[in-house]
Design a binder for this molecule. Structure first.
Ligand SMILES: Cc1cc2nc3c(=O)[nH]c(=O)nc-3n(C[C@H](O)[C@H](O)[C@H](O)COP(=O)(O)O)c2cc1C
Length: 321
């Protein structure tokens, strides 16, 4: 099979593990890469020295390509790019806020000139067009179904074909992919690869607290809520006392008051859940596929099952015509 994403990234399978703050460190990223996919480190907010240490650790764990998530809006972005180039990190997934898209192009150009493959994280047609204009190699699309921060409210199934019509570069589609059916559907709708986050939260190599993993295992379809919509910084998470208080503030306060209270309540909330295991006051972010996330296993087993499922589905595709 020739696949432009696999060829450019140097991976065997078109399966990318989405970067996840407090959840995708060297062990997980390397395990996904060792299994033939692309693992991505989710340490965009840490100081450059800590990021370098995580990159070096990952290089000790794999000799395959892996990626690093960079935020173009952080003050350290220049030093971070310098470090990524020095360390010869082969892939960078870059993200920023729509009002800062005009600042992307120089970072993208610098990374690409150094040979780094650059992926831009988009949540809408207009985001995807802006990343393409900034010169990225690929779009990593995230529909509203996904876990983590939500920057656009169109579900993946509706968003992907519209983005596919709007850009010429290959799309790595994510949000709601948690088995081979989602991978096969993504290809049919216009993706060249998929980006999977929530499914990897249950991987043995993912270090989130056992309470976080158990909360995911116990949750059913329909149980996620979106907080922070009022301040354009929405997060999809399992309902708990933190989300009750956040949603109450959104219902009862003025926009300005709600924003201040949300920042105060939610500032450190992902760390609280992922590291401390406080699943009542912490943010247990996960995507809408939560009702199908029921198995604990290794990252390799996850990658292998995705590949075997989607290849078997696509081999049966002629039955549909
Ligand atoms: C716990 C968690 C943390 C995340 N953190 C980040 C992040 O730091 N940067 C980012 O670009 N995306 C982040 N994401 C989004 C993922 O990279 C990916 O786009 C998303 O999980 C795909 O949707 P899915 O959860 O349905 O698989 C996060 C997702 C989760 C579940």
């Amino acid at each position: 099979m020739t696949n432009p994403v696999c060829e450019r990234l140097g991976i065997a399978y078109p399966i990318v593990q989405g970067p996840m703050a407090w959840a995708s460190y060297g062990e997980l990223a390397a395990a996904v890469s060792n299994a033939g996919g692309l693992g991505i480190l989710g340490v965009a907010s840490v100081p450059v020295d800590e990021a370098r240490a995580e990159v070096r650790k990952t290089k000790e764990l794999t000799d395959r390509p892996f990626g690093f998530n960079a935020y173009a809006f952080v003050p350290t972005i220049d030093a971070m790019c310098e470090m990524l180039i020095e360390e010869e990190v082969p892939v960078v997934e870059i993200g920023t806020f729509p009002h800062l898209f005009h600042l992307l192009a120089p970072h993208v150009a610098r990374l690409r000139e150094a040979g780094v493959a650059v992926i831009g994280k988009a949540a809408s047609v207009s985001d995807a067009v802006a990343y393409e204009r900034a010169g990225v190699d690929f779009i990593a699309l995230k529909g509203a179904d996904g876990g983590g921060h939500i920057f656009g409210y169109t579900g993946t199934f509706s968003l992907l074909p519209q983005v596919s019509d709007a850009v010429c570069i290959p799309i790595i589609s994510g949000g709601g992919v948690a088995d081979g059916r989602g991978v096969a559907a993504s290809f049919i709708l216009g993706a060249t690869a998929v980006e999977v986050g929530s499914l990897f939260l249950l991987a043995d190599e993912c270090p989130v607290h056992p309470n976080y993993k158990q909360a995911i295992l116990s949750a059913k379809e329909g149980e996620t809520v979106l907080t922070g919509v009022i301040c354009n910084d929405a997060v999809r998470q399992l309902p708990n006392s933190l989300s009750d208080r956040l949603l109450k503030a959104e219902r009862e306060c003025t926009v300005e008051e709600a924003i201040a209270r949300i920042q105060d309540m939610a500032g450190d909330s992902l760390r609280k859940a992922a590291v401390d295991g406080d699943i009542q006051e912490g943010c247990v972010t996960v995507g809408q596929t939560v009702g199908m996330l029921k198995k604990r296993r290794s990252a390799r087993e996850i990658v292998e099952e995705l590949v075997s499922e989607y290849t078997s589905i696509l081999r049966g595709a002629p039955n549909f015509v």
